[in-house]
Design a protein around this ligand. Structure first.
Ligand code: ADP
Ligand code: TYD
Length: 209
């Protein structure tokens, strides 16, 4: 039913509810007859999922920020070539849990100012921005508690702690001001259904254009 491809990304700090909201939006769009796929980063294609375990497991200082930029961008390029671009070309809605804005934040801001390098590599190797980015915003303490309560093995970034999450939150809000055309900031510190209704409203407004 979708007339043209639409690329929607979810961004925000760890535990803010991105995966939950991406899944709920996907279910709602499919239920209303849209051809939509749900995917995630890092990962989303077999090769990128292999890179995902390299970057998310192990010691917090396993990789330098510069090496991480290369690894996340390599994963993204594979995901883009094999999953995102073909789906958009077929007119589907692509819902992606994190994308390049996460690299702008986590690798671009967490250990010195590497945003310029992130942007240069993005331009060279990715060259695409989402049509819509939903930023699920909330107090990092709430997000961290939620994220830690489902603790698994992919904790390199969560192990950086609350201070990093606070800087990431501020950085994401700055990004929303930098790209006001595609960013929509939604308060994630509410119950799932209330947040999901706001998310659906953003997607439906975009689909009506
Ligand atoms: P993220 O993908 O941003 O890390 P998740 O969607 O995995 O976040 O949510 C983190 C945890 O918080 C999960 O256990 C999830 O069930 C729970 N959660 C998600 N949204 C809410 C909400 N609105 N209220 C309470 N708990 C939530
Ligand atoms: P994700 O699985 O979305 O974790 P969460 O559900 O806790 O938000 O992402 C895992 C981690 O990867 C997260 O801490 C952020 C980090 N990350 C980067 O550092 N750079 C990136 O480009 C991406 C996509 C994720």
């Amino acid at each position: 039913m979708s007339r043209k491809g639409l690329f929607i990304t979810f961004e925000g700090i760890d535990g803010s509810g991105k995966s939950t909201q991406a899944r709920l939006l996907h279910e709602a769009l499919v239920a209303s007859g849209h051809d939509a796929i749900l995917t995630r980063e890092p990962g989303g294609s077999p090769g990128a999922e292999e890179i995902r375990s390299l970057v998310l497991e192990g010691d917090p200082d396993r990789w330098s920020a510069e090496t991480e930029i290369l690894l996340f961008t390599a994963a993204r390029r594979d995901h883009l070539e094999r999953v995102i671009e073909p789906a958009l070309a077929a007119g589907k809605i692509v819902i992606c849990d994190r994308f390049a804005d996460s690299t702008r934040m986590y690798q671009g801001l967490s250990r010195g100012d590497l945003r310029g390098i992130v942007d240069q590599l993005h331009k060279l190797m990715i060259g695409r921005e989402p049509d819509v980015t939903i930023l699920i915003d909330m107090d990092p303490n709430l997000g961290l508690n939620r994220a830690l309560s489902r603790k698994g093995t992919e904790e390199r970034f969560e192990d950086f702690g609350a201070d990093l999450q606070e800087r990431m939150r501020a950085g994401f809000l700055d990004l929303a001001r930098e790209f006001p055309d595609r960013f929509h900031v939604i308060d994630g510190a509410r119950d799932m259904e209330t947040v999901a209704a706001d998310v659906r409203a953003v997607a439906e407004a975009q689909l009506a254009v």
